[in-house]
Design a protein around this ligand. Structure first.
Ligand code: ZN
Length: 367
């Protein structure tokens, strides 16, 4: 690892502190280095906040003269707002800027780099690009396709069951795995489940990490069957914000039931196929994208997961494999639906990685 990579890895580590708070903007952080010493740093943490370049330069003070600024995402440039960070960098006397990735947002992409280049600031773009893309994978997908990134997540036993045949799934995961699941809920804008998951398990779907913000909860519920006393409606006391529940119904769901859900605190969206009772997932993703929901953690059940995979809208799969066996042919499995007939047509998962979490194995891969 050379010096540029070393300081960029520090910036990427720092950027992760903004996890769950930057959407729809990417994760970024900046470090000012003068004479091989870090003299200022900052990370981006929320949408009303200054950007990381501003904090790093403020902290460095006079030490910016002749220094190098490392920043994960290209500095912003916007004609309407005094060129923002690109101009702050120019005014600070920084001599060299090292960038991991261009801004994935097409409104900013390439503009900061051009401005710095025109102002004769030494530039290096693409240092630890893969690592910076990985922490920003959901935003890159959102800005390049205008659709949310979908991560299918499930826990299963060694025999491939997500609960016992009578629907018990308490204590299926190690504490390390539970922590990882809550980290995912913190990182993603929303979690999505089918109504049977709500009726069968009554999950709260909150992020239980200290100080963690809760994801928006999206329930696919064709006939508005979500019980109004479900735990998803419980408000988060620590942040004192209204819980954010979106219930998606078809065109045939009863007005009366819909009004009950609205009274319980939900936003209800009607979104079905023209001539069937099915919820149209692609149409739904377009609606959610316009609400600036950039990423969705899909937490089941098996029919929803099969639809997401079959309709090619899923990007990633995250699996908690736990060393238990429950058996039972009626115990649910993570991907159900009608299935694929021939093994030669099976969906291949790419770039698979494996991590130990306590006694569990955490597996991630991409579609
Ligand atoms: Zn900026």
């Amino acid at each position: 690892m050379n010096q540029d990579e070393f300081f960029m890895s520090k910036a990427i580590e720092l950027a992760l502190q903004g996890r769950g708070r930057t959407s729809p903007n990417p994760l970024s952080a900046s470090i000012v280095v003068n004479d091989s010493n870090i003299v200022g740093s900052g990370f981006y943490s929320n949408n009303n906040d200054n950007h990381s370049e501003y904090y790093a330069i403020q902290a460095a003070g006079e030490n910016t003269k002749g220094a190098t600024l490392y920043t994960v995402v290209e500095p912003c440039f916007n004609n309407l707002k005094d060129y923002q960070c690109s101009n702050i960098i120019k005014e600070s006397g920084i001599k060299r800027v090292v960038i991991a990735i261009e801004n994935p947002n097409p409104n900013f992409k390439g503009k900061g780099v051009n401005f710095l280049f025109e102002n004769k600031i030494e530039l290096k773009v693409g240092v630890l690009k893969k690592e910076a893309e990985k922490i920003n994978e959901t935003f890159i997908k959102y800005y390049s396709t205008k659709l949310p990134f979908i991560n299918i997540v499930y826990s299963m036993t060694f025999d491939g069951k997500t609960s016992t045949s009578i629907g018990d799934r308490e204590w299926i995961l190690s504490n390390e795995s539970k922590n990882k699941l809550h980290e995912l809920r913190l990182t993603y804008d929303a979690v999505m489940v089918g109504v049977n998951t709500i009726i069968r398990y009554n999950p709260q779907l909150n992020c239980k990490l200290v100080g963690g913000r809760n994801p928006i909860k999206i329930i696919l519920d064709s006939y508005a069957r979500t019980p109004t006393n479900s735990k998803i409606f419980i408000k988060n006391n620590s942040e004192n914000i209204k819980s954010n529940v979106i219930i998606v119904v078809n065109n045939y769901a009863s007005e009366e039931k819909i009004n009950e859900l609205i009274a319980a605190g939900a936003e209800v969206i009607r979104c079905s196929d023209e001539d069937s009772h099915r919820i149209d997932l692609k149409k739904l993703l377009n609606i959610l994208s316009k609400k600036e929901i950039t990423s969705i953690l899909s937490e089941g059940g098996g029919n929803l997961h099969f639809s997401e995979i079959n309709e090619k809208i899923a990007d990633k799969v995250s699996i908690f494999l736990t060393p238990k066996i429950v058996g039972g042919k009626d115990a649910p499995t993570p991907v159900e639906g009608e299935g694929i007939s021939l093994m030669s047509s099976a969906i291949e998962i790419k770039n698979v990685s494996y991590t130990s979490l306590g006694n569990d194995l955490f597996i991630e891969g991409y579609f």
